[in-house]
Unconditional design. Structure first.
Length: 494
């Protein structure tokens, strides 16, 4: 259920100056993987719900072996009431907030207390209803309590390990080798709840090699292309806000990155509030109104459930397409292409090969045009029907992509003679969410090649509009209309 974290050796920023400093994590996780860690409380609760409901169903079947249809409401009521009380109490008592300052003994005592109270309620209800199945309720209550204690002991162990590795501390970089930067780094060293990976400053001639041990890695332009950026959760601008023109200039330049940007104000440095906001609660809370973390969790569950069903349904079609590609032309069945994912992470996107193998264009430096001689006979059909995109279901299930989101473009894709990413200032904002198999732009008619700056701008505008409106129900609607829209779009060139 959790996306697999990558180790430092597997996919890490370059060694050398970029890997030095007092905050260097033992394991490098990019922003997507860190987002998965951040959502752990939601995953933990989901497992708890499945275990509690499963044990409750087992107890009810023990009361009436003939099946659920034959059991009376009165016989099942004590177990149902106890299970509901367990789940409601666990959330109400905030037992999914694995705070740094909460002793593990106190946390497990809270879990045990919930189990004992719920067991008492179930037993009292059974006694009041004068039901003969109390001999089942007691073992069920004991088993449920023990299972929750074991599970939360496991959750606490996992979280403690993540903390040791630095996975729960957000990664930030600071722009501006200033007094404010030094104060922030020194406070972070005291608190140890965020990792300052590096400092960037345009005035390198006057900047030290490091600040409180954190290396100065280059100017703001170096940050724009630095391999570290997919691992950065937030960029902190530590420039005197009174230097308005410089702040505006840096903000405009850094707007080319998908990473969130925070301007540090002098008056905030003496308080813990700004540091708490930057540390940004290492585990997402289950409480309060809908928030980006909850939406991200719901979107991931949607991707897993619908993606798994789609894979089963599409498997026969995928097998036929694979056979047709193999028989039609020489070369591999699948085409792999490096594209940018969430927060500029480099991902490998899978497609059925639709071009002659020797004419493959991994960087999309030449976009497909009508009558393109590189496209095979089978390729023309599977591109027109978007069947070539079906292998991306595996990208969705692995967590690199989503079912719905901005379509990932090839790294270095050109519009005319210019790289598409350079034509629109907000282009990088497309990467503030996972790329999708389909998307708002696709169903609004913006699909296929983007041959002009106006088309790139329209695509980016639609993608940003989706990111701002994204919801569970909007995603369902986009998925529902994707097939009829794509099949009816005869004008699109793919």
């Amino acid at each position: 259920m959790l996306d697999r974290p990558a180790s430092l050796a597997a996919d890490a920023p370059p060694k050398g100056r970029a890997s030095r400093g007092p905050f260097r994590p033992e394991v490098w996780l990019n922003a997507r993987q860190r987002s998965t860690v951040r959502l752990s409380a939601h995953y933990f609760r989901l497992v708890d719900v499945l275990v509690v409901v499963g044990l409750a169903l087992g107890a009810i079947l023990a009361i009436q072996p003939m099946g659920l249809a034959d059991i009376s409401v009165g016989d099942a009521a004590p177990v149902i009431a106890g299970a509901v009380l367990v789940l409601v109490s666990m959330r109400a008592l905030q037992l999914y907030r694995f705070g740094r300052d909460t002793p593990w003994t106190l946390h497990l005592a809270g879990v045990a207390g919930v189990g004992v109270v719920s067991a008492g309620v179930a037993l009292i209800l059974g006694w009041l209803l004068d039901r003969p199945a109390l001999d089942v309720v007691a073992p069920w209550a004991l088993t449920t309590t023990a299972a929750l204690i074991v599970l939360h002991g496991l959750w606490l162990t996992v979280i403690a390990r993540w903390r040791r590795l630095g996975a729960l501390s957000p990664n930030i970089v600071i722009v501006g080798a200033t007094r404010n930067a030094r104060i922030l780094i020194e406070r972070a060293l005291e608190r140890r709840d965020m990792n300052v990976l590096g400092v960037f400053d345009d005035r390198l001639a006057r900047s030290p090699d490091s600040i409180a041990g954190v290396p100065v890695l280059g100017d703001a332009n170096a940050l724009l292309t630095h391999r570290m950026t997919p691992y950065v959760d937030r960029i902190v601008l530590a420039i005197d806000p009174n230097a308005g023109q410089r702040v505006r200039d840096l903000t405009q330049r850094l707007n080319a990155l998908p990473n969130p940007l925070t301007v540090l104000v002098d008056s905030e440095l003496g308080r813990d509030g700004v540091l708490n906001r930057l540390a940004n609660a290492p585990l997402a809370s289950l409480d309060g109104p809908a928030d980006p973390d909850r939406r991200a969790f719901n979107k991931r569950m949607q991707d897993l459930l619908i993606g798994a069903v789609a894979l089963v349904v599409a498997a026969p079609v995928m097998a036929l397409v694979a056979l047709a590609v193999r028989l039609d032309s020489r070369g591999p069945i699948l085409f792999r292409q490096r594209r940018h994912g969430f927060n500029h992470e480099t991902i490998v996107v899978w497609k059925f090969r639709s071009m002659r193998h020797e004419a493959a264009d991994a960087t999309a430096s030449r976009q497909v045009c009508p009558g393109d001689d590189r496209v095979t006979r089978v390729g023309r059909f599977i591109r027109a029907t978007s069947l070539d995109e079906l292998p991306q279901i595996f990208n969705v299930l692995s967590g690199e992509m989503s079912l719905v989101g901005p379509r990932p473009h090839a790294i270095g894709m050109k519009t005319g003679e210019t790289e598409s990413a350079l034509l629109v200032a907000e282009y990088a904002h497309r990467h503030r969410i996972k790329p999708g198999m389909t998307g708002w732009a696709a169903i609004k008619g913006s699909r296929g090649p983007v041959d002009t700056e106006a088309q790139v701008r329209e695509r980016v505008q639609l993608d940003i509009e989706y990111i701002e409106r994204q919801s569970f129900w909007l995603d369902l609607w986009v998925i529902a209309v994707t097939i009829p829209v794509l099949l009816g779009d005869r004008a699109a060139v793919r």
